[in-house]
Design a binder for this molecule. Structure first.
Ligand code: MLT
Length: 263
């Protein structure tokens, strides 16, 4: 079911009597990147996904975003839907938002699933790369940026063997408003570092990383997992940065086991 909360497009699947999981997508994607997880998990869980402000079906407004605003949006959705300590699941930028949400209000959640993400903030080189991306979008429009960025997120095997699905993700990403995409780039560049909170996390955490992830590789996620007392860390084969899309079967299995055994 689709609903609008605080201007944002929010999607619910499954019975609201079940334990809730709230999914936060990566950049420059939208809630549809979780389709394979939601199709499976909604049989036993109340699955809530939404489009982050500026992406998918949510409005870009003036494109002036911060991660704090994204966390405010997440909190608003949880309160509005009266979710009782949902499990939070975020990929990459969705992971930055999730980690900051946990740092701000861990008691609102019963578990955390981090896919292909990191706790550190952007270093100077990455900030300069983000500035270059904004310049490229201003000069050439959104499409060449999306072609390059999305290709880097996927492993070679997936692009070759699942061309239709890959092309669909690229074309969905090109539907975004350029203002929304640029606003997310600025928000990510200005985000805080959540590393110091990792050792304070008390709720169960599952970390998932694609073995071919070039953006947040397994060694980066492993060092995050080392700092979290409650962490379980898995590396998923045949996947790059978009693990839930590239190897949904394995990801679903890991999420199911985590929910069954730890939550
Ligand atoms: C994402 O997948 O959300 C992005 O790769 C995050 C980033 O650019 O830092």
């Amino acid at each position: 079911m689709k609903t609008t909360i605080n201007e944002l497009a929010v999607f619910t699947n499954g019975s609201d009597e079940n334990k809730a999981i709230i999914f936060v997508h990566g950049f420059p994607y939208d809630h549809r990147m979780w389709n394979a997880q939601i199709e499976e998990l909604s049989k036993n869980y109340y699955c809530v996904s939404y489009d982050i402000r500026g992406l998918g079906e949510s409005p870009a407004g003036d494109g002036q975003f911060t991660i704090e605003m994204f966390v405010d949006d997440l909190e608003y959705i949880i309160d509005k839907l009266r979710l009782d300590r949902p499990v939070l699941c975020g990929l990459s930028m969705g992971g930055y938002i999730s980690l900051r949400a946990i740092e701000r209000m861990e008691n609102k959640f019963s578990g955390l699933i981090l896919c292909d993400t990191k706790a550190s903030a952007d270093n100077n080189a990455v900030k300069i790369k983000r500035a270059g991306a904004i310049k490229k979008i201003n000069r050439e429009g959104l499409n060449p940026f999306v072609d390059e960025f999305v290709r880097n997120c996927f492993g070679d095997d997936f692009v070759r063997d699942h061309k239709e699905e890959y092309d669909r993700v690229v074309s969905h990403s090109k539907e975004n408003y350029p203002e929304g995409v640029k606003g997310c780039l600025l928000a990510m560049a200005a985000r805080t570092d959540t590393t110091s909170y990792l050792s304070k996390i008390a709720i169960p955490v599952l970390l998932i990383c694609g073995e071919e992830d070039k953006l947040t590789p397994p060694d980066v996620m492993m060092s995050m997992a080392d700092k979290i007392h409650t962490a379980e860390f898995v590396v998923v084969e045949k996947a790059g940065h978009m693990t839930p899309v590239e190897n949904s079967k394995e990801v679903n299995k890991h999420i199911y086991n985590f929910l069954k055994n730890s939550i």
